[in-house]
Ligand binder design. Sequence first.
Ligand code: PLP
Length: 435
Amino acid sequence: MNANRYTKSAAAFARAKAVLPGGVNSPVRSCKAVGRDPIFIASATGPYVNDIDGNRYIDYVGSYGPAILGHAPPEVVEAVKKAAEKGFSFGMPTEAESELAELVIDAVESVEVVRFVNSGTEAVMSAIRLARAATGRSKIIKCTGCYHGHSDSLLVQAGSGATTLGVPSSPGVPASITSHTLLVPYNDVHAMAHAFDQHGADSGGIACIVIEPIAGNMGCVPPADGYLQALRQLCDRHNALLIFDEVMTGFRVALGGAQSIYNVTPDLTCLGKVIGGGLPCAAYGGREDLMRQVAPDGPMYQAGTLSGNPLAMAAGIATMKLLREGSVYKTLEHHSRLLQDGLTMAAQAAGVSLSVTRVGSMICPFFRKAAPTNYEEATTSDTKAFGSFFRHMLDSGIALPPSQYETWFVSATHDEDVIQETVTAATEAMKQLHS
Ligand code: PLP
């Protein structure tokens, strides 16, 4: 590492550490998992981020998903500027909220009515409250290694055994809350069926399954053939609700989300990231009979001072309109495939064990021989090799998510030249892993 390259970032991090826990406002940004300090960002356009030392990087963090059109697309910038000139937040309804709602409902087939919130965490927390309200049951099932935000019921880790009652994964989360969360391995239909058998479907039983239809928070792990269909059937059989957490996959893998690719209809869908075009916005929506139970149509309470914020709505509308036009998803598929193939070949040339998973523009090189199918397998990846690869790539001007277990995001502005530059850097970085 050439320390001179990062002197301003180093000073900024020292300053930040004095006033922010770990110097950051979200733990992954601290780069602890890859054994270095973060770079501080000054600006970003298209596929690039620029740090405060004046270094430019090709970016695959993509703000952890929102930047599907690249950074600061001119149309979205213009829309936000125009909205800002009219005021930032009113606490009273605007027409933009209905416009974005109509675009979302048009794009995602299972969503008939939608409620906007400010973060993915809020979206999933609220959808679970609705599932509990609608079924009168308390338990929920989630998969180990799926991340659904940091609300109490979802900050759980597995105990021992295939189907386990959750135990808190953070101090401050009462065990009495996570005891309502059952954990099963991803891609394991039998474990899911077993959870239903064990914990019943009557009062106090299972309200819902909440799942990332494509797991994106253990690296990118696609669902096995028929897995999501089997979950739909299990929920139907036990009168439980199926919640797809499409905060990452929604508008990312297809305009209609993962549910349109795998052809499975959830009862409720959580959306985030892309929906706000980079501004804080998320949503939950689904079947009308369920969504009408949300206040003030119904008794399930959920609210938000900044929900449906006009700037976020403007960014979301402009983003959605661009996604509906032209061939964005075809371009993303083409360039993401080039990256997948390039990384695979770079590893082969260097004799490095690597398996690159991908769905559309979500991509993850796992430093292990075979593609993992669940969290347990994912965690046997060589994280030391990833850390070293990450650091080489950063020094070569490529910004990757700073953990083996994060998905990389390709944007519509990552063209063939940008991908080629990335693959060239990766080929060098792979060679250095053995030196
Ligand atoms: N659900 C999924 C699938 C996510 O990937 C994330 C965040 O990465 C969340 C929920 C939480 O979203 P937020 O960070 O906006 O609260």
